[in-house]
Write a protein that binds this ligand. Structure first.
Ligand code: F6R
Length: 590
């Protein structure tokens, strides 16, 4: 979604802002812009499309400036709607949504002010100009006092050269300091490698950045900035020889599993969560998209291994179910970014009603992590490609560890050992999965595709389908294999690709029935299986044999060839697998 950068120091700001925006490209956006301050003037350049369009703006003068990548919510992706928005002496960039912008805009228009965009954000610049009494930060405080909704705001003012004012409410914003001066960004990766230390802002905080220092405030009260070093892993964002981040991140899965094996089950937070789960009357899991699929896969493991009831709900629907919550309910909120607005809202709802909220996150400094009672980091490292791959498997690793650890405490042994084998098996799977490259041509020419499986394999089918549609734009559905004949079979025609996932001996014959039903209607069927006996079945167009692991953990491996398939189909269809159209890496609006 939208991204913010800013810089104030001794260097020319524009090239640093441009470099910061390039780092934010992975978030997904459709227009971009920068504004700098020089000679008491605000200089602005905005473009639709790629940040590269701003390369020429790197010559803008000034050692203080702000920049933005916009993911359109209010108003089309046009130059006029792109940020920064300028009004009077102010230029602003904004992430989030100003919910009461219509009434505020009407009020400004009634005073004769003209707006140049359709955005909710522009009203902030108008309010700043109206409420300005000679002090930049004071104007920002007054403005924020009338805003409803969520915002990360960075503001520059013609009358305050060399200063940037910031405000945060439910949308992330981080300050960084380095040798060149002070930086700000909505995402930590944009601050690397220029900054050695960072200070994330909390809700309700304001800051004033100058070349000399940073002043931080909770409301009006000044507090000391909380500097923490920028960890090494947060700085590593290169492709390291891979053609795309997605390819690199899939290749990292074994190492991610290896790393998490060392850390899981040992920390104090993990022990506290395990005890809470042992005492729990039920587990609720909330998440969106791929993280939701991790929750679905975890339900199989938690219920089978621990016999504690687990319900999984798409986070955006959770509140409307009026969920039954007690002080013994444990809510697991699963999110790579920790900034997904729907997941945060669901977690807040559960917390307010007495549940114990556990954030299972990759970004440990995220809003969700701060809100939760407990945090379990998944340790996937920075994930740049919009499509979640390594973070999905890392989420599964944490959830499975929790289930195994509770099971062991309940006296059911052996599940931890099976988990310890996953890193090596994942290494083999990444190798074996490359066979699916040869399948891509069949998908590239198709009108739609289907993914089927039974039991935990049905979750892998859902995730494989999501990955494919996300980065190749091929309409696709994932189904429990048994459901195919209850409707979707009507869509199967000559050469329709169907991927069947088969990792459970117990369910194999039933899944193969669905394979034959699809074959009989002309489908090209591809099998991803850990049971070699089925790989040579007559009539299959392709098969990939992956290593065997405990059935209950199989989604962590079986998903890998499906991620690889989506990647190859994306390339075959001429798409950019790292930056799918219309999508954003973290979805910070409800
Ligand atoms: C799919 C994908 C999305 C995210 C979803 C939740 O590849 O990336 O479906 O999984 O937007 O994001 P997080 O995990 O950041 O809450």
């Amino acid at each position: 979604m939208c991204g913010i950068v800013g810089y104030v120091g001794k260097r020319r700001a524009a090239p640093l802002l441009y470099a910061g925006l390039k780092k934010l490209e992975y978030r997904g956006y459709d227009s971009a812009g920068i504004a700098t301050l020089s000679s008491d003037m605000v200089w602005v350049k905005k473009v639709t499309g790629h940040v590269a369009g701003l390369r020429g703006a790197a010559s803008l003068e000034g050692t203080c400036g702000i920049g933005h990548t916009r993911w359109a919510t209010h108003g089309a992706p046009t130059e006029a709607n792109a940020h920064p928005h300028v009004y009077g002496r102010f230029a602003i960039v904004h992430n989030g949504i100003i919910e009461n912008f219509r009434s505020l805009r009407r009020m400004c228009e009634a005073r004769g002010e003209e707006f140049s965009s359709e955005t909710d954000s522009e009203v902030v610049a108008h309010l700043l100009e109206r409420l300005y009494r000679g002090d930049l930060l004071d104007a920002l405080r007054r403005t924020c006092s009338v805003l409803k909704g969520s915002y990360a705001l960075a503001v520059i003012c013609r009358d305050a050269p060399g200063a940037i004012a910031l405000a945060r409410e439910k949308s992330p914003l981080v300050i960084g300091r380095g040798k060149l001066g002070h930086f700000l960004a909505s995402d930590i990766p944009a601050l690397a490698p220029a900054c050695g230390e960072i200070c994330p802002l909390s809700d309700g905080e304001f800051a004033l950045l100058t070349g000399e220092g940073v002043r931080l405030f909770t409301g009006e009260r000044e507090i000391a900035p909380r500097w923490v070093p920028l960890a090494r892993g947060e700085k590593e964002t290169g492709k390291e020889g891979h053609a795309h981040y997605m390819e690199k991140e899939i290749a990292e899965i074994p190492a991610v599993l290896q790393r998490s094996r060392g850390g899981l089950g040992e920390g104090e937070a993990f022990s506290r969560v395990r005890e809470a789960v042992i005492r729990a009357d039920r587990i609720h899991i909330v998440a969106c998209g791929t993280a939701y699929h991790a929750g679905l896969a975890a339900k199989y493991a938690i219920e089978r291994l621990t016999r504690i009831p687990a319900e999984v709900t798409v986070a955006s629907e959770y509140r409307y179910l009026d969920p039954i919550l007690t002080d013994k309910t444990v809510l697991l909120a699963v999110s790579q970014s920790g900034e997904t607005a729907d997941t945060i809202a669901a977690a807040r709802h559960a917390k307010e009603r007495g549940a114990r909220v556990v954030a299972i996150v990759n970004e440990i400094r995220s809003t969700l992590a701060a809100l939760a009672d407990e945090r379990l980091p998944i340790g996937a490292g920075t994930e740049i490609a919009v499509a979640a791959t390594k973070s999905y498997v890392a989420q599964l690793a944490v959830l499975y560890s929790l289930a195994a650890s509770v099971a062991e405490a309940q006296g059911r042994r052996g599940y931890g050992d099976a988990l310890a084998e996953l890193p090596d098996l994942a290494r083999e799977t990444v190798r074996a999965g490359k066979a699916v490259a040869g399948w891509a041509a069949h998908f590239a020419a198709a009108r739609s595709a289907y993914f089927i499986g039974r039991g935990a394999d049905s979750v892998t089918a859902l995730e494989g389908s999501l990955k494919l549609k996300e980065i190749s734009y091929l309409p696709s559905e994932g189904y429990p294999a048994g459901e195919l004949k209850h409707g979707t079979l009507a869509l199967i025609e000559e050469n329709t690709p169907v991927v069947a996932v088969l990792t459970s001996e117990e369910l194999a014959e039933k899944t193969m029935n669905a394979v034959h039903e699809a074959r009989a209607r002309g489908a090209k069927v591809f099998l991803v299986t850990s049971l070699p006996a089925y790989a040579d079945e007559r009539g299959l167009t392709g098969s990939a044999v992956i290593p065997r692991c405990a059935d209950v953990y199989s989604p962590a491996l079986a998903v890998i060839p499906l991620q690889q398939l989506a990647y190859f189909v994306s390339l075959a269809r001429g798409c950019d697998p790292d930056r799918p159209r219309n999508l954003a890496k973290s979805v910070t609006v409800e």
